[in-house]
Design a protein around this ligand. Sequence first.
Ligand code: ADP
Ligand code: ADP
Ligand code: ZN
Length: 215
Amino acid sequence: MDILLFGPPGAGKGTQAKLLTEELRAPQIATGDMMRAERQSGSELGKKFDEYMSAGKLVPDDLVIELIRKRLSQDDAKGGAIFDGFPRTVPQAEALDALLASMGRQIDRVIALDVPLSAIVERVVGRRVCLDCGQTYHVSYNPPPSDGVCVSCKGKNIVQRKDDTEEVVSTRFEQYEAMTQPVLAHYQARGIVKVIDGVGELEAVTARLREALGR
Ligand code: ADP
Ligand code: ADP
Ligand code: ZN
């Protein structure tokens, strides 16, 4: 099954995707996480990603599509995936459709998390992430352990992302409205979109997600 989690920055896509991977037996494919890993490696490609990410701008489509093409060729992604933070533009969605079609697959369901802008800013600014495994925390809603040790991987690299500031998030939200929102219409035309309320306890949102997936 191929599922796409859709929503503005900070909507809870990554948090929910991680909770679903076991149940759906499909990996989370998060282009933001993949780009941060590339940036950590210090490569030229990583530096290129950083130019855009630090400013809250979208990375150019050709670079993103190449990243996804490689990722989908890996064994763990052969039976389906949970896409998180991708596609973010209509050309990316078209490229994904073509890649999946060449593997005899298609996006089965798009779940859009509906979260108002006021909540988005609070979520993004309070977010903390584990650099080693991508586990997400929130200073108020899901505080990182006081000893700084990640609950998922036992690493000690829980940090605030440098693009998780009020200033950069406003650019990210503008990019979302201008470039990413049209992606929903692309899938709505196929009748596979379900919009769910993304506000409330983590578990409540997970329950809505399961219901939308018919589980
Ligand atoms: P996205 O992947 O959509 O950018 P994340 O999953 O990283 O979003 O969540 C953004 C922030 O909001 C994180 O700090 C996360 O812990 C927090 N968060 C996620 N879901 C909820 C929720 N239902 N209520 C409150 N905070 C949440
Ligand atoms: P969030 O969902 O919390 O906004 P992500 O981790 O998904 O954050 O993305 C962080 C940054 O990485 C984006 O602001 C953008 O610069 C870049 N990025 C991630 N995924 C894509 C994508 N599919 N297309 C273009 N840029 C991307
Ligand atoms: Zn970790």
